[in-house]
Design a protein around this ligand. Structure first.
Ligand code: FAD
Length: 379
C-alpha cells in the first residue's frame, strides 16, 4: 500500500506558469516579499501554447511595473508597427499603430517569463493539479496546501472547476499554425473578419524570416465545429495561403461571458477568469494584468488582513471595470456588422480614432467620444 504524500504548506500557490501565473508570482514577490510562494505547472518549460503570438505594447508596460527584464524577455522578437483590418462586409483600414507590438512565439516568451520568476528565488515546480478542496484550514491541491490559491491554469482551468465556479458564458474555438507570409501582408499584422459565421475572423501575424503565425477562430454556438471547418474557413479568408505547419486548436473563454469574482481564498486570473477580448482574441495583456492584480490582492490579504477575493474584485473593478463594461456592451451588439464597418471607416479617416480602436481591441481602451462621434452608418 502506498503511503499518502506528506502535505506541504505555503502562503500562496499559483497554479499555471503562463503569462497570468508568472505575473501573479512577480506581484507576490514585490508586494509580499516574506510570503512563501510556490508556482506549479503541469508542463515543463519551454512548452508550446496555441496562440497568435501577438503581444500588445501594454504587456510590456505591465511587465516593466513588475520588474521583469523586458529587453531579455523580448530579445529577438519581431516588432510590427502596421495593422490592417477588414470588416465582415469588406471595409478595410491599414495604418501604423501608435505603439509597436511584439510577435513572439509562446514557446520562447513564456519560458523567459518563467526564468524571470525563478531569478527572484520563487520555486516553479512541475505538478499537474488534479483536485482542489477549499476547506476552513486552507485550500488543498492534491498533497499541497495554501492559504490563498491563484488559479492561472488557462482555458480549461482545473482550479475553476474544482472551486465550483460557473462555466464561462461565451467561448470561441481557434486554430493556429505557421506558414509563409502572403506577399501583400509582409511585415503587417492582419485581421480579417467574416459575415459567414460572424463573430469570426482569421489573422496573419509576421514572426520573421518570411513566416507568419496564421489562424482562424469563431464563437462556439449550437452547431458543432470541427478541425476541418476551421481549416476550410482559414483558407477561405486568407486565399493563397500555403498549408500551415504546427496546427493546434484551443478554446478562448471571452471576457463578455466571464464569471463574477467571489469572496474567498481562490482567485482566478487570465483565461481561467475568462479574460479574452471578444473582438480580437487578445488575452496576454489581460493575463498579465489580472495576474498582477491577483498577486497583489493575495499579498495584501495575507500581510494586512482582508478577504483576498474581495480585494481582487475591487482592484479589477477599479483597473478594468469601465473597459470591460464597454467591450461587453459592444459584444452584445457585435452581431450588428454595420457597427464594425462604421468603426473601421472611422479608423480609416482619422489616425486617432484608429489608435482608439487598437487600444480597445488590444489593451484597456474605451469607446471614446472621439471614436463614437466619427461613426458613420451607411444605408
Ligand atoms: C489560437 C489562439 C490565438 C490567440 N492569439 C492571441 C494573440 O495573438 N495575442 C494575445 O494576446 N492573445 C492571444 N490568444 C489568447 C492567449 O493565448 C491567452 O489569453 C493567454 O495564453 C492566457 O494566458 P494564461 O496565463 O491565462 O493561460 P495559459 O497561457 O494557457 O497558461 C496556463 C498554464 O497553466 C498550466 N496548467 C493547465 N492546467 C494545469 C493543471 N491542472 N495543473 C498545473 N498547471 C496547469 C498550463 O500548462 C499553462 O502553462 C490566443 C488564443 C488562442 C487559442
Amino acid at each position: 500500500m502506498s503511503r499518502p504524500a506528506r502535505q506541504q504548506d505555503y502562503d500562496v500557490i499559483v497554479v499555471g506558469a503562463g503569462p497570468a501565473g508568472c505575473a501573479a508570482a512577480a506581484a507576490l514577490a514585490q508586494a509580499g516579499p516574506g510570503l512563501s510562494v510556490l508556482v506549479v505547472d503541469r508542463a515543463d518549460f519551454p512548452r508550446d501554447k496555441p496562440c497568435g503570438d501577438g503581444i500588445a505594447h501594454e504587456v510590456t508596460e505591465v511587465l516593466s511595473e513588475l520588474e521583469f527584464d523586458v529587453e531579455r524577455v523580448f530579445a529577438g522578437a519581431v516588432t510590427v508597427d502596421e495593422l490592417a483590418l477588414r470588416s465582415p462586409t469588406g471595409v478595410r483600414v491599414r495604418r501604423r499603430m501608435r505603439h509597436q507590438v511584439h510577435v513572439a512565439p509562446r514557446q520562447i516568451f513564456d519560458a523567459r517569463l518563467v526564468q524571470e520568476v525563478r531569478r527572484r528565488g520563487i520555486e516553479v515546480r512541475r505538478h499537474p493539479v488534479r483536485a482542489v478542496d477549499v476547506a476552513a484550514d486552507g485550500v488543498r491541491l492534491d498533497s499541497l496546501r495554501a492559504r490563498v490559491v491563484i488559479g492561472a491554469d488557462g482555458a480549461e482551468s482545473v482550479v475553476r472547476r474544482g472551486s465550483a465556479r460557473p462555466r464561462p458564458g461565451r467561448v470561441a474555438l481557434a486554430i493556429r499554425g505557421y506558414a509563409p507570409e502572403l506577399p501583400e501582408l509582409a511585415g503587417c499584422q492582419f485581421i480579417t473578419m467574416t459575415d459567414q459565421h460572424w463573430p469570426a475572423y482569421a489573422w496573419s501575424f509576421p514572426i520573421g524570416d518570411g513566416q507568419a503565425n496564421v489562424g482562424y477562430g469563431e464563437l462556439l454556438g449550437r452547431r458543432p465545429l470541427s478541425r476541418s471547418d476551421l481549416l476550410t474557413r482559414l483558407h477561405e479568408l486568407l486565399p493563397g495561403l500555403q498549408p500551415p505547419s504546427g496546427l493546434r486548436a484551443h478554446r478562448l473563454p471571452l471576457s463578455s461571458g466571464r464569471p463574477p469574482i467571489p469572496d474567498g481564498p481562490v482567485l482566478l486570473a487570465g483565461d481561467a477568469q475568462s479574460m479574452i477580448n471578444p473582438f480580437t482574441g487578445e488575452g496576454i495583456f489581460y493575463a498579465v494584468l489580472s495576474g498582477a492584480l491577483a498577486g497583489r490582492a493575495a499579498a495584501q490579504a495575507l500581510t494586512s488582513g482582508g478577504d483576498a477575493g474581495r480585494l481582487y474584485r475591487a482592484a479589477t473593478h477599479r483597473r478594468l471595470g469601465r473597459h470591460l463594461r464597454h467591450t461587453s456592451a459592444l459584444a452584445r451588439l457585435g452581431g450588428w456588422t454595420a457597427l464594425i464597418d462604421a468603426g473601421l471607416r472611422a479608423g480609416r479617416e482619422d489616425q486617432r480614432a484608429f489608435d482608439d480602436l487598437v487600444s480597445f481591441g488590444l489593451a484597456d481602451g474605451l469607446l471614446t467620444p472621439r471614436l463614437l462621434s466619427r461613426l458613420r452608418f451607411r444605408g
